[in-house]
Ligand binder design. Structure first.
Ligand code: XIL
Length: 302
């Protein structure tokens, strides 16, 4: 295969990227997007602040630009994200209690209903667990509405779009020995045992020298998959350059390929210059759109 998507499709997987609506006029960007990828995540345009800027007033125009561009090219879309402590609209940030709970559930229902039948999967809840050794929930206005806010969000999403895969998505959950990984694992196991609707777990996979690709990544992915969920690499980027970076990208790709229910990999941007990181070269194409060593190592590992 000569593209990431075609290589991933050989094993029934997808290869995706984050897309920014304001770059859809950049012909180099769109050329690589159309050629290499078969799954798209809106980098910001389907988040809470973008889709409900005023309470009860929904705005889907930028999300639609990304969704329509992708679907017109035969690509699928991962919705990102229905409920999150970050990038909340201003009106929501200081809400609490039952008013916030109903506003959050209404948001999930309205956005998932609008995109019903058009997205392959939703990141229903993003980043709800705390960093560090405790393995517990992150403190946030949503968490303070009650520990059941996550399952309430998943039930609302299932009712609104019964055919979308519903995912929990987080970072620093790659290493099996990390307490945060165990916390998410225990929640997913509990959801499956009680029939809370959850279909998939997303691993953001933002790596750097302080947080490298763990050697037990395939174990983590395999243990989650054994709970009866699909797993996906959802926001992959790796700081570094040259062959060291290429090797780490290869390791992530091999970890996914080693797990039958790892259904796809998404990188968080196309060229290094498109990355959300303030510095560095964490992606598969350089600023001019040329393929890097990391690109070749991923292509060959798929
Ligand atoms: C980032 C975007 O890439 C930036 O453009 C934005 O300023 C902040 O959010 N985890 C996530 C993504 O789930 O939504 C974040 O995206 C990166 C970290």
């Amino acid at each position: 295969a000569s593209t990431l998507a075609a290589a991933a499709e050989q094993s029934g997987r997808y290869f995706g990227t984050a897309v920014a609506a304001n770059k859809l006029g950049d012909s180099t960007y769109v050329g690589i997007l159309n050629r290499e990828f078969d799954m798209v995540t809106a980098e910001n345009e389907m988040k809470m602040d973008a889709t409900e800027p005023n309470q009860g007033q929904f705005s889907f125009s930028n999300g639609d630009r990304i969704l329509n561009q992708a679907r017109n090219q035969g690509k699928r879309v991962r919705g990102h994200a229905l409920a999150w402590h970050s990038q909340q609209p201003g009106w929501m940030q200081n809400m609490s209690g039952s008013a916030l709970r109903s506003a959050m559930l209404n948001h999930v229902t309205q956005v998932a209903s609008y995109y019903k039948g058009k997205v392959y999967a939703w990141d229903v809840v993003n980043e709800a667990f705390a960093d560090g050794g405790g393995g517990g929930r992150r403190d946030s206005n949503l968490q303070r509405t009650g520990n059941d806010w996550i399952e309430a969000a998943f039930r609302a999403a299932r009712s609104a779009d019964p055919n979308a895969k519903l995912c929990y998505n987080d970072y620093n959950t790659d290493n099996w020995s990390n307490a945060k990984t165990q916390g998410v694992y225990n929640m997913v196991r509990d959801f499956k045992s009680r029939g809370v609707p959850i279909d998939c777990v997303g691993f953001q996979a933002h790596f750097n020298s302080g947080n490298p690709v763990p050697s037990n990544y395939h174990t983590t992915l395999g243990n989650f998959a054994a709970l009866g969920v699909d797993v996906q690499i959802t926001e992959l980027d790796i700081e570094g350059s040259g062959s060291g970076q290429a090797q780490q990208f290869q390791g992530v790709t091999q970890a996914c390929l080693a797990v039958a229910r790892c259904t796809g990999i998404t990188v968080w941007g196309i060229r290094d210059s498109d990355s959300w990181r303030s510095s560095g070269t964490p992606l598969l194409f350089d600023g001019s759109g040329n393929k890097k060593a990391a690109y070749t190592s991923v292509l060959n590992a798929l």
